[in-house]
Design a protein around this ligand. Structure first.
Ligand code: SAM
Length: 266
């Protein structure tokens, strides 16, 4: 915990992302992966397999990964060998990701907010504005011409920090306003993906389950009511087996991996 706190203090990161929690979350994921890597291994393998399947039978010009993060769930070597160019998109790139791609000549990092509302939400709340919360604005930008776009476990992360920031510091927003804000962000990402010309691969959690062993204590919808196709590979990610959160609780994510999202939607 102390090491995570120190890393957070010293990590070079734009102030809005630091205060809204993006950097803290990345540091927490890195630390949790170290503690729970055995429990995470099957999940990471499933993700890599779905991405490998998505890369079949398409042109191999440009692949783009959205929410590339720590590159844990990405078959980076395989993508780099298969595609001419690989672009890793995240709102913030951790030193570990920079280090990992250092010797890969056809892999680059692109820093972009794929919702287009993180800065606007930061300002909206800081200036104590009232009225409608900022809408998602991002267009496909750098990934519009990709042969493969992978949404890599980013969908349900997109609303978390803008939402948390409004909840914590915003003036006069109720639970329903915040849930509607989150839902718009999730819908926007799904619409953006569905409109892309190339192959689109979606990896996402579809349900969070808090358990005591086999007993389900609580189920949480991380998609805020949005729907994704029922097809695709399904698995459970033991993201925080006990005693990670407490000695009596396990946190599991029900996962979906769709190698060809547009085919699944049609
Ligand atoms: C759970 S991680 C995904 C896991 C990642 N693929 C890996 O292998 O480590 C979610 C990622 O989404 C990124 N993210 C969250 N909001 C974003 C946004 N608005 N635009 C771009 N990336 C965002 C986070 O910075 C984080 O790296």
């Amino acid at each position: 915990m102390l090491a995570e706190w120190f890393k957070h203090l010293t990590l070079p990161c734009p102030a809005p992302l630091r205060y809204m929690g993006y950097a803290r979350e990345m540091i927490a994921i890195e630390a949790r992966h170290k503690r729970c890597h055995v429990a995470w291994a099957p999940h990471l393998e499933h993700c890599k397999k779905v991405i490998g399947d998505a890369a079949q039978d398409i042109p191999h010009g440009k692949a783009v990964v959205l929410g590339s993060g720590l590159l844990l769930d990405i078959p980076l070597q395989g993508l780099s060998e298969t595609f001419s160019d690989v672009v890793l998109v995240d709102i913030f790139h951790m030193p570990a990701a920079r280090k990992r791609i250092r010797d890969m000549a056809n892999v680059c990092l692109e820093t972009a907010d794929i919702t287009g509302l993180a800065d606007a939400t930061w300002t909206h709340v800081r200036e104590a504005r009232a009225g409608p919360l900022p809408p998602p604005r991002a267009d496909a930008g750098v990934f519009a011409d990709a042969d493969l776009v992978v949404s890599a476990n980013v969908l349900t992360q997109l609303p978390l920090f803008p939402m948390g920031w409004v909840e914590e510091k915003g003036q006069g927003y109720g639970e329903d306003d915040i849930k509607a804000f989150a839902r718009r962000i999730v819908d926007h990402h799904l619409e953006l993906l569905a409109a892309l010309p190339g192959r689109v691969c979606l990896l996402t959690e579809s349900q969070r389950v808090i358990c005591d062993g086999d007993q389900v204590l609580q189920e949480i919808d991380p998609l805020f009511g949005a729907t994704i196709p029922a097809s695709g590979l399904k698995w459970t990610w033991d993201i925080a087996p006990r005693p990670e959160i407490t000695r009596r609780i396990d946190l599991r994510f029900r996962m979906t991996g769709i190698a060809d999202l547009k085919a699944a939607l049609s």
